[in-house]
Design a protein. Sequence first.
Length: 156
Amino acid sequence: GIFYWFTTLKDIPKELFGKYVKGKRFLDIGCGDGRMITMAMMYGAKKYAGVELDEKFIKSSPMRRYIKKGDFRDIDFSNYDVLYYFLGGVENIPLDHKGEPELIECLKKFEGTLIVYYRKVSHRLQKFHDNLIKEGFKEIDNLRYFRIYRRSTNEK
């Protein structure tokens, strides 16, 4: 069977949301039950939303009114300043079946901050990182289980 990892609130360094999410428009890609949307709301995001394919997560979520059922490829990322992505929610699905190549493609025009959460350093994380760098992103921060990227052309 498939084993799912979820972001636990204790894993999240509080400075992460204060520094990168407060006052920003936040989207959680593959948001599951919406717990990161809750964090964005708690830490002062001016807009918060998620997108999730699996209706069972949405139905059980207290944040369901902020979750769009659907595919991230149908979302206009330009409406957001910060994207959050959990790399590794389904640990035993190979990279090419998880959607990272499609996500990298969608990020080509994104001009904001990308927060990537991971549970372990892996080939998959390294490949995702390398692809982001190729697309002009720069790793600007690294906080316990989180890597934060921004397009290097946006750096002042």
